[in-house]
Design a protein around this ligand. Structure first.
Ligand code: ADP
Length: 473
């Protein structure tokens, strides 16, 4: 089976969030299932550099206004098709944002062009290669199912929602520049409250929809989580399923991780904990050393944690936070770190440091208001770093809670709080400290966590089955 994955970011080349991890991890996981996935990426500078010498397999004088080509090649073990369209992608800095910190004004065209190229590759082939199915991701891939339906209805498509908060809106007067049919500007197609929504186009026209956890698939059907698209999703409920993300077990492996003092049992975390305290300027303490590794946005609930953190530091616990995002939240965390002994903050994005934090932390705190899947709790499990999470989305599906029954049965892997508030977080942090002080209970939780399956095997088989059902149909 040959699948074309259409993604706006892909680890290890370009990453702003979990979508990149999934786009990078899925192809090798699927190859074990007999599925050959080739990934179409925008030719951002980092992708062009990684590709080394790509082979030109397609060329056009006019891709949405300027010449472009498609290069085929391999990089980091992935089979890539790279859309070399300098007028859209040869820009330094963030892939989505201009120097002013706002979305590039032509983002709708930048990703419509990617989707158009996907359709052309499926229709005309790239060096003789044609996919059996196109798997698009998030709003940036949303127009691929639409273009396929209009120009190549025989090829099925899957759209995966990694985060419904990003909907790819554009003013209605951009229909021509996006190559959309004005006849489809209505509520049953891509029109969304008077605008164009690339995500909605994907939700309507894809053969099947997936999201990245079973709980988020259910939550998306509700107004609280569907963010205006719950009605569309309810209509397509029969075609929507949740398939959990996995993590790359080679990259995230405490037994081999080059960034840490390697370990295979919870006791091996001690030198990493000591090193992490040093690195964050935190002294010795009796309570748990907690970590946060996150975008600093409304979604992640870190404003609530900021209110609740004295419940941790007041009990001898500590918190090391690594994150970047919302300016006022960054400032608020910095200011709190100046005030509160036991709290240390690094504003920035640092992949290597995130590994050291996973190895050195006793617990990882993830108080998200919503979380389609979440990856850091999975890294936490693998590293014996106990997750304290909000009961939502993939966080609900991947943690076995330390309820009294869970503790008695010896199966717990983490703590869940519900409903999410500063108060419930305070209670959760207090419980975390209490559990931490009971060494046998805590060690048992760590052992359970480290054994919990967090790889791609099960989910890769689910995707392969979905592709199989669509291509046989
Ligand atoms: P989201 O995609 O909503 O940001 P996920 O938990 O699915 O959340 O994925 C986030 C990914 O980005 C994880 O791999 C996490 O380790 C990483 N990450 C987030 N913030 C940082 C940071 N400041 N430094 C290093 N890695 C980060």
């Amino acid at each position: 089976m040959k699948i074309l994955s259409v993604a706006s970011e892909c680890a290890p080349f370009v990453k702003t969030g979990g979508l990149a991890d999934v786009a990078g991890a899925l192809p090798p996981a699927l190859s074990a299932e007999g599925v050959k996935m080739t990934t179409l990426l925008p030719g951002y500078p980092a992708v062009m550099a990684a590709l080394d010498k790509g082979k030109e397999v397609r060329a056009t004088g006019d891709l949405f206004g300027a010449p472009a080509r498609v290069l085929a090649g391999k990089a980091a073990g992935l089979d890539l098709l790279v859309l070399d369209a300098p007028h859209f992608y040869a820009r330094s800095g963030s892939i989505y944002l201009g120097p002013d910190g706002r979305d590039w004004p032509d983002n709708p065209e930048r990703y419509a062009a990617l989707c158009w190229a996907a359709m052309e590759i499926a229709r005309d082939g790239a060096d003789g290669w044609k996919p059996d199915l196109v798997h698009a991701h998030d709003w940036q891939g949303g127009l691929a199912p639409y273009f396929l339906k209009k120009h190549l209805p025989g090829v099925p498509s899957v759209l995966t929602i990694h985060n419904i908060a990003f909907q790819g809106l554009a003013p209605a007067d951009r229909m021509a520049s996006l190559r959309l049919d004005p006849g489809d500007f209505h509520a049953g197609a891509f029109e969304y409250y008077g605008k164009i929504s690339a995500l909605k186009a994907g939700l309507i026209y894809a053969s099947r929809l997936t999201t990245v956890s079973p709980t988020y698939a259910r939550e998306l059907l509700t107004p609280e989580f569907g963010m205006g698209l719950d009605g569309v999703l309810r209509q397509r409920q029969a075609d929507l399923s949740g398939i959990l993300n996995g993590i790359d077990l080679d990259v995230w492996n405490p037994a081999t991780d080059p960034a840490v003092t390697v370990y295979t049992a919870p006791s091996g975390k001690a030198p990493n904990r000591a090193a992490l305290r040093d690195e964050f300027g935190l002294g010795e303490a009796d309570g748990p050393l907690c970590v946060v590794i996150s975008r600093l946005t409304e979604q992640k609930g870190l404003d609530l944690l900021l209110e609740a953190v004295p419940a941790l530091t007041g009990r001898g616990g500590q918190l090391a936070l690594l994150g970047t995002g919302n300016r006022s939240l960054e400032d608020a965390w910095r200011a709190a770190a100046d005030r509160l002994p036991g709290l240390s903050v690094r504003i920035g994005y640092d992949e290597e440091l995130s590994h050291r934090m996973m190895a050195g932390g006793d617990a990882i705190i993830i108080p998200s208001r919503f979380e389609p899947c979440g990856l850091t709790q999975l890294y936490g499990l693998r590293y014996g770093t106990i997750p304290l999470v909000a009961l939502t989305g993939g966080l609900a599906d991947t943690i076995i809670p330390a309820s009294d029954a869970g503790i008695r049965a010896g199966v717990a892997t983490g703590l869940q709080i519900h409903p999410l508030s500063a108060d419930s977080l305070r209670d959760g942090l207090a419980r975390l400290c209490a559990l931490y002080s009971d060494r046998s209970v805590w060690t048992r939780m760590q052992e359970n966590a480290m054994r919990h399956p967090v790889g791609w095997e099960v989910s890769a088989a689910d995707y392969a089955a979905l592709y199989g059902a669509l291509t046989e149909a």
